[in-house]
Design a protein around this ligand. Structure first.
Ligand SMILES: Cc1ncc(COP(=O)(O)O)c(C=O)c1O
Length: 375
């Protein structure tokens, strides 16, 4: 029996339509999009642009060209940070951030940006007043996660976006944990930049992700190279999305990502959200009744995404993880979850915690098995 509770790392299983889309690319398309005028190149371009369109519609972006395909959320975050921030700029972020945000920011700090890291509360929640206090006249960018990969804690991105707008600061949202799991309406929220993984909640293959860039937000490209467009010129095209898409795209992966998003559109993200919220509630209610278990985060399913972290008194997370897999077939993440300051906030540094992260295909019965195993 396999019980997969590691959807925050990458989702599994993928819908059959995702696998079919990969197969469709390899059997019927197969070419390099935008590079040639032949049938297979055109078919590949259609797959890519079809996925771009479905993603733009899914997030309510103003135009598909404002969605840039990337390898993952980390790549998208790097395009945003290195494209926008210059030495001398002030950047604000929080202690809940993943290393995909923190490592580039620490690197940029070494090259002359000033960084303010706003401390979160012990349950990982953010005091928006502290964020407001950290913003200055020279603040160029505010970066926050939408959902913590450690505690699942959700940040009020709509209120943060309003704050950033009022203070004339650009706002980058790391939606790696929430894209496909929590409804996101980009235009209603009013974010400038939103980075997402394609391979987690959006149910696409690994090697996919994207960055939404609002109209009027100009980023210098992280990479320059062939785009299949404007090929007579030796300088990088300046139009979207080509400016940020140098080199051959992961066409098969992007086709699969499009199929994942279409699958979600059929079931509705609100249904995914409701389902994951039910699983989180069931798990937390069960964990609360087991002596010797400590849970972290808001402990309220309405305030977190499908992620729950906990520890078993007197046992290392890795030890519990091993028993869960070997004796019960449960796959979970254990230890440090790529967010050291989040673990410091929770007081789980450096041993970490056990993390269960749910997806659409998990069931109440699986949560029941896990609770019985932990008991
Ligand atoms: C909050 C958060 N940000 C960024 C990332 C990086 O995502 P990716 O693996 O798609 O680069 C992750 C991955 O787990 C994450 O949880």
């Amino acid at each position: 029996m396999a019980i997969y509770f590691d959807n925050a790392a990458t989702s599994w299983p993928k819908p059959p339509a995702v696998r079919a889309a990969l197969d469709e690319y390899f059997s019927d398309a197969g070419g390099n999009p935008g590079r040639s005028g032949h049938r297979m190149s055109i078919a590949a371009a259609r797959l890519v642009e079809g996925s771009r369109e479905v993603l733009a519609e899914f997030f309510n972006a103003e135009d598909p060209s404002h969605i840039v395909f990337t390898q993952n959320a980390t790549h998208a975050i790097n395009i945003a940070l290195y494209g926008l921030v210059r030495p001398g700029d002030h950047v604000v972020t929080t202690t809940t951030e993943h290393n995909s945000v923190m490592r580039p920011l620490r690197h940029l700090e070494m090259s002359g940006i000033e960084l303010t890291v706003v401390p979160c509360r012990r349950d990982g929640t953010l005091d928006i007043n502290r964020l407001n206090d950290a913003l200055r006249l020279d603040t160029r960018l505010l970066v926050t996660t939408h959902g913590s990969n450690v505690t699942g804690t959700l940040f009020p991105i709509e209120a943060i976006a309003a704050l950033a707008r009022a203070r004339n600061v650009r706002y980058l949202v790391d939606a790696a944990q929430t894209a496909g799991a929590i409804p996101i309406d980009i235009r209603e929220i009013g974010v400038d930049l939103l980075a997402f993984s394609g391979h987690k909640g959006l149910l696409g293959p690994t090697g996919t992700g994207g960055l939404y860039i609002r109209e009027g937000v100009l980023l210098s490209p992280l990479m320059r190279g062939g785009t299949g467009s404007d090929s007579a010129h030796e300088v990088q095209p300046e139009f979207m999305p080509d400016i940020h898409e140098s080199g051959t795209l992961n066409v098969a992966g992007i086709a699969g990502l499009g199929a994942g998003v279409r699958f979600l559109r059929e079931i509705g993200v609100h249904s995914v959200r409701a389902h994951e919220q039910d699983l989180v509630s069931q798990l937390m209610a069960g964990l609360a009744e087991i002596p010797g278990i400590t849970t972290y985060g808001p402990r309220d399913a309405s305030l977190q995404c499908g992620v729950v972290s906990f520890n078993v008194d007197g046992a290392m997370p890795s030890e519990v993880g091993l028993i869960l897999e070997e004796q019960f077939g449960i796959m979970a993440r254990t230890g440090m979850h790529c967010a050291p300051s989040a673990h410091r906030t929770l007081d789980t540094f450096p041993t970490g915690a056990i993390r269960f992260s749910f997806g659409w295909f998990n069931t109440a019965a699986e949560v029941g098995v896990a609770l019985e195993a932990l008991r």
